[in-house]
Design a protein around this ligand. Structure first.
Ligand code: PEP
Ligand code: MN
Length: 356
């Protein structure tokens, strides 16, 4: 990491970038209100930091120890505002600020009517972002794979409903991309791309999704440690896309726990991750628990843990949902959760976990 002096000139910044390139690395330039910080993408051991420290306009040149350097809090401290937290904007919705953000919608988009009704009711309940799966990752090939599996036409039709619902109800939209072939299509129709738990390690998918420049909702793999999770988010930051929202969605349960919850919601990861990175993190209590009767409590707990928002599966008639019916909640339950979580957030106020 090369920290420039507050009065460094454009020429001096350019010289540092050129030298970084001469060593075979890429430069990641972050311009803050006061100073510019240049991150390094590539093998830092090739960089003579003592030489860089002597270049004109350079205040300090040093290595960042963690494997995730560009999304490291240490890096943002030098250029971000007072809090050092990034705010990711999704069609005007700010994630990572003072107020929590709520994403809701069906597990799978099933029909135009289904989506419009859920969108309308989610908005009325207080949600700002509509979720809906069109390319569904499923454990069984015999299960419904999402409308996106019915060829390009089926995918475009369902994605078109997402766009229509977003426009009609003033909601931002997010949908999962399961493979590289779906990225451009999903980016054309929706405001945010979701990378699901099973694809957290898929470097090529991450890189291609990041290159669209769209905000990314990045879910932790159910078997991934925090360092791995952040290290794979770094792949997207290295493509110049730092509009990343992390999502804790539960890790593999142990022993007999499996019979009680679908996964184990790792809530301590929320403040732990906030200490490491300036990226916002939200929680998905739906996939974490797999049980609608646990969603209210785990939603409250997630906001109390410092999450910047929630993603919840909702349906006007949960029993009717083709996918994940057992964890979907009604619009009334969603409204109660959002109202309560907003109160909890107010109680916590400006107290930030990373400052504890
Ligand atoms: C989803 O959000 O639709 C989903 C499949 O979640 P996950 O990738 O966390 O299982
Ligand atoms: Mn689901």
């Amino acid at each position: 990491m090369i920290i420039m002096k507050t009065d460094a000139t454009q020429e001096e910044i350019k010289q540092v970038i050129n030298e970084i390139k001469a060593y075979g690395l890429k430069a990641d330039v972050s311009k803050g209100d006061y100073r510019t910080v240049i991150g390094l993408v590539g093998d830092e051991s090739k960089i003579p930091f003592s030489h860089f420290a002597t270049l004109p306009g350079v205040k300090e040149a040093r290595t960042v120890e963690a494997p995730y350097k560009l999304i490291n809090r240490e890096y943002s401290k030098e250029f971000a505002g007072e809090t050092g937290n990034a705010i990711v904007k999704v069609k005007g919705v700010e994630i990572g600020g003072e107020t929590p953000v709520f994403m809701a919608g069906p597990c799978a988009v099933e029909s135009r009517d289904q989506l419009m009704r859920i969108a309308e009711e989610s908005l009325a309940a207080g949600a700002q972002i509509l979720r809906g799966g069109i390319f569904k990752p499923r454990s069984s090939v015999h299960s419904f794979q999402g409308l996106g599996s019915y060829g390009d036409e089926g995918a475009r039709e369902a994605l078109g409903w997402m766009r229509e619902a977003g426009e009609r109800f003033g909601l931002a939209t997010v949908t999962e991309v399961r493979g590289e072939a779906q990225i451009e299509l999903a980016a054309e129709y929706t405001d945010m791309l979701q990378i699901g738990t099973r694809n957290m390690y898929n470097q090529d998918l991450l890189i291609k999704a990041a290159r669209t420049g769209k905000p990314i909702l990045f879910k932790r793999h159910f078997g991934a440690g925090i360092e791995e999770f952040l290290s794979f988010a770094e792949y997207m930051a290295a493509e110049g896309n730092k509009n990343i929202v992390l999502c804790e969605r539960g890790i593999l349960p142990v022993g007999k726990g499996k019979n009680y919850t679908r996964y184990t919601l790792d809530l301590a990861s929320v403040p732990a991750i906030q200490k490491e990175t300036y990226l916002p993190i939200i929680v998905d209590p739906s996939h974490a628990t797999g049980r609608r009767d646990l969603i209210f409590n785990m939603s409250c707990a997630a906001i109390a843990a410092g999450a910047s928002g929630l993603m919840i599966e909702s349906h006007y008639n949960p029993a009717e949902a083709v996918v994940d019916a057992q964890q979907a909640i009604t619009p009334d339950e969603l409204e109660e959760i959002i109202r309560t979580c907003r109160e909890i957030k107010k109680l916590i106020g400006r107290r930030r976990n990373e400052k504890n």
